[in-house]
Design a protein around this ligand. Structure first.
Ligand code: P6P
Length: 344
């Protein structure tokens, strides 16, 4: 009797990719596998979050009598705990930590760097909206694993990422990642009964042009005229160019990005004058824009800051913010023509 296969696990898929790379040492596989463990733990807590409020007496103490932490702090700690001992990292950068996170001296170091947003969109948890973990992985250039890493060694342009991806905790938990260099983008769905991420979306390709635009239009009064003209363009009826586009905005970057990756369209977080401390908008280059820009590039899409490729920006600081236009190549190129002023 033919046994029921479980399909291709993420581990099997990574090992296949490793075998195709003659210089692979297995270090990367170890790194990703520990990140996956962290994501499984976060997924469990995120899915339980609502229950804790129902089951916990005060909502602040959960069913095990543990103090309920803010889930993004919890997620940050889980990732750091899992990653710091794998022996493949020289440091980490997190959206939750102002400075680089060092590897404790008791653990061996390696020459990979991971930057991540541990739980993006966490304010949406209590309304059951999908949220996510975003990550990008770089290799240290120069320096030896035992020498202290400098921030300047971490601040590499996104095109240097050796891998990037995200976990989305929604109706199901998925992992979407790429190891860059034309290896494609692949999606895996967590099967809780098996406890494994199984290949569910092989070689994801984003449509060259979409029908969805995704932006928070309550910022309209804070945008410059070019940004307003761009959003007005998507809303103006024109059968020849398939307009008006449909508006979809979840308010959770990973959810908005993931929908557009599969269906096509453009997500925008433009520069605005709403908060003088954030003239370039809300999203961060290193832990949000760059990883998603690598994923979308490998899926045939494009990501721009309105003037040029996100992946070619030389970061000035770890938490630098950047305007983001990301998704279907033709839609993002059109956005660039409006924002850079080259539109006719
Ligand atoms: P706004 C969530 O807080 C987040 O960081 C992203 O996930 C999301 O795309 C964005 O902020 C939403 O921001 O200003 O539209 O609420």
């Amino acid at each position: 009797m033919k046994t029921q296969g479980v399909g291709i696990t993420i581990t099997e898929h990574i090992l296949r990719q490793e075998r195709q790379n003659p210089r692979a040492t297995g270090a990367f596989t170890t790194l990703i596998n520990e990140l996956i463990v962290a994501a499984k733990v976060i997924s469990r807590e995120v899915n339980k979050a609502g229950l804790v409020d129902i089951l916990g007496a005060t909502g602040r103490i959960n069913v095990q009598g543990e103090r309920v932490q803010k889930l993004d702090i919890f997620a940050n700690q889980i990732i750091i705990q899992r990653m710091q001992h794998v022996g493949q990292l020289c440091c980490m950068g997190s959206e939750e930590d102002p400075d680089l996170i060092e590897i404790p001296p008791e653990y061996p170091k390696g020459d990979y760097i991971i930057v991540f947003d541990p739980l993006d969109g966490s304010s949406n948890i209590d309304v059951n909206v999908s949220i996510g973990t975003i990550f990008g992985i770089y290799k240290r250039e120069g320096g030896s694993p035992n020498s202290d890493i400098l921030l300047s060694e971490v601040l590499q342009p996104g095109i240097k990422q050796v891998a990037a991806g995200y976990f989305i905790y929604g109706s199901s938990t998925m992992m979407v990642y790429t190891t860059a260099k034309g290896t494609g983008v692949h999606g895996f769905t967590l099967f809780p009964s098996v406890g494994e991420f199984l290949l569910s979306h092989e070689n994801i390709r984003i449509p060259e042009k979409g029908k969805i635009y995704s932006v928070n239009e309550s910022n309209y009064q804070y945008w410059d005229n070019r940004t307003r003209a761009l959003v007005d363009y998507f809303k103006t009826p024109d059968r020849k160019t398939g307009r008006p586009y449909t508006s979809r905005y979840v308010g959770s970057l990973v959810a908005d990005f993931h929908r557009n990756l599969l269906k096509g369209g453009i997500f925008m977080y433009p520069a605005d004058k709403k908060d003088p401390r954030k003239p370039s908008g809300k999203l961060r280059l290193m832990v949000e824009a760059n990883p998603l820009a690598m994923v979308v590039k490998e899926a045939g899409g494009y990501a721009s800051d309105g003037h040029g490729p996100i992946l070619e920006i030389d970061p000035g600081e770890l938490h630098q913010r950047v305007p983001l236009y990301i998704g279907s190549k033709k839609d993002v190129e059109l956005a660039e023509s409006f924002i850079s002023g080259s539109a006719a």
